[in-house]
Structure formats: structure tokens, C-alpha cells
Design a protein around this ligand. Structure first.
Ligand code: IMP
Length: 429
């Protein structure tokens, strides 16, 4: 058994989609367990570019079965849009290769309106993706309001829940854009189209485990956006950490063999919140430009910072990383010096634990170690021998600090631009 979780170690956008795509080659099943269409990744295959927000990335491989687990929140408009686009690009999607949990909650059009309404009334600008993610998870936890995929297949339940929601959310819905009749008609059509995909995914996953299928658990967002452990309230509304694999699919922790965190060689984030290692504006702009750091879902420019080992070790602990894949090392190719944050200075003292209070985090000043840059292009590197010593030293420094191996690095956007430094960590078998 060598089932693998791949998840973001930072604030999302670590290029985990590329890693997931590469590992999907050896997976029988790729399963998503949290988040919704706030995720986004772009996969380039030859002359075709695929953009996926909701469907697991195994969909691009004909033999792979893809699962959307109960922990995911599903926007059907996005789902069908993605299925249609994939069909148009020659990728077949059917009930054979896509299974969706009947327990997953639905993102409905009013959730976006509620999100807008809440944002208007709040002094905290979270800077969400505006996909209705937060209000959908809030409804799930509230229990009266949540609408599950299973309800859609029992349409009277759906109708009742819709009426309840339109009534209790009437204030927000003054903003407009939600019509009961149109919604009912649209979702009646959606219900028929969705039915073949709806699966008891708990039973499916356990049959797969019993048959020793190779399973890849595909994380969305990133550890520092986790609702419990992230920089609350500048987080998403789901648990994005390894524990969510169990609750989001209905499997036990012993079904997980390996947890690979994906971290950039630096840090980026979109949205608000304190960011101790944020770079000086000139360098921030340079890194954003070289690394093309713009949101895949929202196109917003990402804020860039030096690698924060305090935050990364926190992520390694929470998730129990067995390995880390470090991406975008090539973005540093032209820099003569690199900084890594090894501690925070707070009220005159150094600390190496990540605070829960954003006020404390805001006052934390980074303590940096300076390492030499390699000042040569990495983008053509394909084998371990092609990697310059100074790049290895940078990677080794991070490994030693975290006590977690970094067997894989990525040196460019293409599938091929991945270098395995230690093959013993990267097999799915
Ligand atoms: P929400 O998930 O739309 O509620 O947004 C909450 C926060 O999470 C915002 O800062 C978003 O930019 C961020 N976020 C959500 N999904 C992703 C992702 O897939 N990558 C990076 N940031 C994300």
C-alpha cells in the first residue's frame, strides 16, 4: 500500500497541479477531498492547455478513475462547463471515470450573493475567490441550510431546502440575481445530467483500498489557508491539511502511506493578511514577473516573499510530510543572494513557532539566513547531475531545517521540467 497525498505546504498555488498530474500517471484513482472550484490548475499537454477547477487532474489520463469526495463543495455549473470543455478537447468524461459523492454539498447561485453581502457588511477584506465557498461550508455546518448532492436526486427535498434558503437569506438576496423558478428549472435539468455520476464514494474507496488500487489524494488550496491552522480569517473555509483526506473521503488514516507537501522555493499568496517575508516591492515585482505569479482562478497578482521556514515547518508538522517537492527553483536563477527566514523576532525575542494571532504575526520580523544564488539557468536540467551545487545547497539547507527530504524539484512549468534528486521517495508502488 503506497497511497499518496499531494497537498500545498503554503498559501496555495505551489504548482501542485503539475506534481499531481505527473504522479497521476501511476495512479489508478485520483481523489479530491476538500475545497471546490476555488482551486485552479493549468496543465499543458503538447499543444493543448487544460484548465481544471473541480474535476481531479487524473481525468486527463484515460485509465484513471476520478473521485470527488464528500468533503468537496460542488458547483454544478462549473462541473458541467468543465466536462463540456474536456469533451471539446477530446477527453471523454463519463460515469466510468468520474464518481461524485452523494454526500458532497452543493454550491448554489445564492451562495455567491451571500458572500458578496457578507463582504459588504464586514470590515475584514478576506479577498476570496468569490465562488461562494465560505457560505456553502457555513450552510453545511449549520445543518438546516446545507443542500447535498443526494437532495438533488430527491427533488422534493431540494425544493424544500431551496425555499428555506431563499427565505432565510432574503436580506442578502436583495442584491438580486437569484430567481426561484429559473433555479428550480435549471437544477431539475442538472439533476438528470448529474445522476449517472453520483456514487456512494465511501463504498467505492473501500473497494479500491481492498483491491490495493493505487490512490492519489489531490489537495486543493494549501496548508496556510486551512480553516483551523491557516492565517485565520484570511483562509478558505475547508481543512486543506492531511487530516481532511480522511474526513473528506470516509477513509481511515492507515489508508494513507505518504504525504508529499509541495512548496515553492519562495512564498506567494493572494488575498489579504500579514506576510512576514514579503519581499521589497522591486524584488516582489521581479519575482512575480519571472514566476508569472498571477492567480489561475482570479488572475489577481500574487504577493511574493522569501521562503519562510517557520511557516513551512509548521506545515510539515501538521501534515506529517514524508517528503517535500520544491517547485519554481528556476525563478531564482538570476539572483546573486537568497534569503530564507529561519525565525521570527517578536518583542525582542526569537521564536520558531507559528503564532495563531495575526496581530502577533504582523509584528513578527523575519530573521534571515543568506545563501548564495547559483546564477545559472536551471530550466534545461532534467537529471540530478544537471543541478548546480549551490542549488543543492539551498535545497539541503531547507531539508536539514525541516528534517524532511526534498526528493523532487521543479525547474519550469512543463511536465518534463521536473528533476528527481532521490528516486527512492517518489514511487507510488
Ligand atoms: P475562498 O476559498 O474563495 O473562500 O477564498 C479564501 C482565501 O483562499 C482567499 O485568500 C483566496 O485567494 C484563497 N484561495 C482559495 N483557493 C485558492 C487556491 O486554490 N489557491 C490559492 N489561494 C486560494
Amino acid at each position: 500500500m503506497s497511497n499518496l497525498v499531494i497537498l500545498g505546504a503554503q498559501w496555495g498555488d505551489e504548482s501542485k497541479g503539475k506534481l499531481t498530474d505527473v504522479f497521476a500517471e501511476n495512479a489508478d484513482i485520483v481523489a479530491r477531498y476538500q475545497g471546490g472550484d476555488n482551486a485552479g490548475h493549468t496543465i499543458v499537454l503538447g499543444d493543448k492547455t487544460f484548465i481544471l477547477h473541480l474535476i481531479p487532474s487524473g481525468i486527463l489520463r484515460p485509465e484513471t478513475i476520478n473521485v470527488i469526495g464528500n468533503g468537496v463543495v460542488v458547483n454544478l455549473e462549473t462541473l458541467f462547463g468543465e466536462i463540456d470543455r474536456l469533451h471539446a478537447q477530446g477527453i471523454a468524461v463519463s460515469s466510468e471515470n468520474l464518481k461524485i459523492s452523494d454526500r458532497a454539498h452543493l454550491i448554489l447561485p445564492y451562495h455567491k450573493t451571500v458572500e458578496q453581502w457578507e463582504q459588504m457588511g464586514s470590515g475584514t477584506k478576506i479577498g476570496t475567490t468569490a465562488r461562494g465557498i465560505g457560505p456553502t461550508y457555513a450552510d453545511k455546518m449549520n445543518r438546516h441550510a446545507g443542500v447535498r448532492i443526494g437532495d438533488l436526486l430527491e427533488f422534493d427535498n431540494f425544493r424544500k431546502k431551496l425555499d428555506y434558503n431563499l427565505d432565510t437569506k432574503a436580506d442578502a438576496l436583495q442584491l438580486g440575481g437569484v430567481d426561484r423558478h429559473i433555479l428550480l428549472d435549471t437544477y431539475r435539468g442538472y439533476a438528470a445530467r448529474l445522476a449517472p455520476y453520483v456514487t456512494d464514494t465511501v463504498a467505492f474507496m473501500h473497494e479500491a483500498l481492498a483491491a490495493e488500487k493505487r490512490i492519489l489524494f489531490e489537495g486543493a488550496q494549501g496548508t496556510m489557508l486551512d480553516i483551523d491552522f491557516g492565517t485565520y480569517p484570511y483562509v478558505t473555509s475547508s481543512n486543506c491539511t492531511a487530516g481532511a483526506v480522511c474526513t473528506g473521503l470516509g477513509i481511515g488514516p492507515k489508508a494513507i502511506a505518504k504525504v508529499m507537501g509541495v512548496s515553492k522555493a519562495y512564498v506567494t499568496r493572494v488575498g489579504g493578511g500579514p506576510f512576514p517575508t514579503e519581499m521589497h516591492p522591486d524584488l516582489d515585482e521581479k519575482i512575480r514577473d519571472i514566476g508569472q505569479e498571477y492567480g489561475a482562478t482570479t488572475q489577481r497578482p500574487r504577493r511574493c516573499g522569501w521562503l519562510d521556514l517557520v511557516a513551512l515547518r509548521y506545515a510539515a508538522r501538521i501534515n506529517g510530510f514524508t517528503a517535500i517537492a520544491m517547485t519554481k527553483l528556476d525563478v531564482f536563477d538570476t539572483l546573486d543572494e537568497l534569503q530564507v527566514c529561519v525565525a521570527y523576532r517578536y518583542q525582542g525575542k526569537e521564536r520558531t513557532t507559528f503564532p495563531s494571532s495575526l496581530q502577533v504575526l504582523d509584528e513578527c520580523k523575519p530573521v534571515y539566513e543568506t545563501l548564495p544564488g547559483w546564477q545559472q539557468p536551471l530550466t534545461e536540467a532534467r537529471a540530478s547531475e544537471d543541478i548546480p551545487q549551490r542549488t543543492r545547497d539551498y535545497v539541503a539547507y531547507v531539508e536539514a531545517y525541516l528534517n524532511v527530504p526534498i526528493p523532487i524539484i521543479s525547474v519550469g512549468p512543463d511536465r518534463a521540467q521536473i528533476v528527481t534528486l532521490d528516486a527512492s521517495h517518489v514511487n507510488l508502488r
